[in-house]
Design a binder for this molecule. Structure first.
Ligand SMILES: [Zn+2]
Length: 335
């Protein structure tokens, strides 16, 4: 009798464990799929809605004046300028691909004479092979990186510079400048003074927030400093490589957001009981787990401060603020 009841108990426990396992197996991918759709996230503010890409053409095109055009694929944005002689294009994103050629052909039949590399990253210049006859202009660090990569779709630049370089093509002046590795080595600002158009790729994401860790900024000090350099230009249009076509005010707003992250992380680190976390490490079997707990608590505190202020103003605040906070928590922790 006793043995039989023990056995039925074991069967019952086994069935419950099996059922629970299946619930986890089934529900976890469902939750992940739901998370991927974004239904669990804050709604995108109406003002942040991106320009509509024509699904048949595969691009969105907008005239900025003075021969300058904003062009966007599904995820990457760039620009080109039609001069009295030829066309100068910025970057060659694979996500835009051959649609870039169609976009240029929609407004001019002049040849593309110059291709400017904003930086070395393949997601922005990985289809440079689409413009085989163009002279490639880039920063010298970009040339060094590409020399190592030996990627036939990102050929070596024909013209390089170290600090500043002015390109004048068919009467259009294009000013290029490097302000350190704010995103990666060799990333440059591209400015059309007559058209009042400024581009710097992978720094600011107009009406959204930067992706992971300030768009994987190589040098966090250079990242914060670059906003002062960019806001010193006079411009009406800003092209950041992703999100929306921006304005001067959008760039100011993005600077305010990142400065808030910087300050909130400093506050979170200042408030954290670092001595107590240090003592806790002595009696835990894995002190790294305790350390990580401390860093994650500081990150969460920073994100709370920033999200309270910015949710509803910029899109994706609930998606990437934590990663920015985590980067800045480590920055201040070691400062
Ligand atoms: Zn990049």
């Amino acid at each position: 009798m006793f043995a039989a009841s023990r056995r039925s108990q074991r069967i019952l426990v086994g069935a419950v464990v099996l059922l629970a396992t299946w619930v986890v197996v089934l529900v976890t991918p469902l939750k992940d799929m739901l998370a991927l759709t974004g239904v669990l996230n804050d709604a995108v503010p109406a003002a942040s809605a991106e320009h509509p890409v024509d699904p048949d053409k595969g691009y969105y095109l907008e005239e900025l004046g003075g021969g300058a055009w904003f062009v966007s694929g599904w995820s990457h944005n760039t620009m080109f300028v039609v001069t009295s002689e030829s066309v100068v294009v910025l970057d060659a994103p694979p996500s835009l691909g051959e649609a870039y050629l169609d976009a240029v052909a929609e407004v001019t039949d002049k040849p593309v004479s110059h291709l400017i590399y904003s930086h070395s990253h393949a997601d922005h210049i990985g289809r440079a092979d689409l413009f085989p006859d163009a002279t490639v202009v880039a920063h010298e660090r970009t040339a060094e990186i590409l020399a190592e990569r030996q990627d036939p779709k990102r050929r070596a630049p024909g013209v390089t510079f170290s600090d500043r370089h002015t390109l004048t093509v068919g009467g259009v002046r294009i000013e290029l400048a490097n302000y350190g590795p704010a995103h990666g080595p060799g990333n440059i600002a591209v400015y059309l003074p007559e058209q009042k158009v400024l581009s710097m790729i992978d720094i600011a994401f107009p009406k959204w927030i930067p992706v992971h860790e300030f768009a994987i900024a190589e040098d966090i000090d250079a990242y914060f400093q670059v906003y002062d350099h960019l806001l010193a230009y006079e411009f009406d249009h800003f092209i950041g490589g992703h999100a929306n076509l921006g304005t001067y005010e959008d760039l100011e707003e993005q600077r305010d957001y990142v400065l808030d992250v910087r300050q909130a992380a400093r506050t979170a680190v200042g408030e954290a009981p670092l001595d107590k976390i240090g003592q806790m490490q002595r009696w835990t079997p894995n002190p790294f787990v305790t350390a990580n707990f401390g860093f994650e608590r500081m990150t969460a505190r920073c994100a709370d401060i920033v999200e309270d202020k910015w949710e509803g103003r910029l899109a994706a605040v609930d998606v990437f603020t934590s990663s920015h906070c985590r980067r800045m928590v480590f920055y201040w922790f070691t400062d």
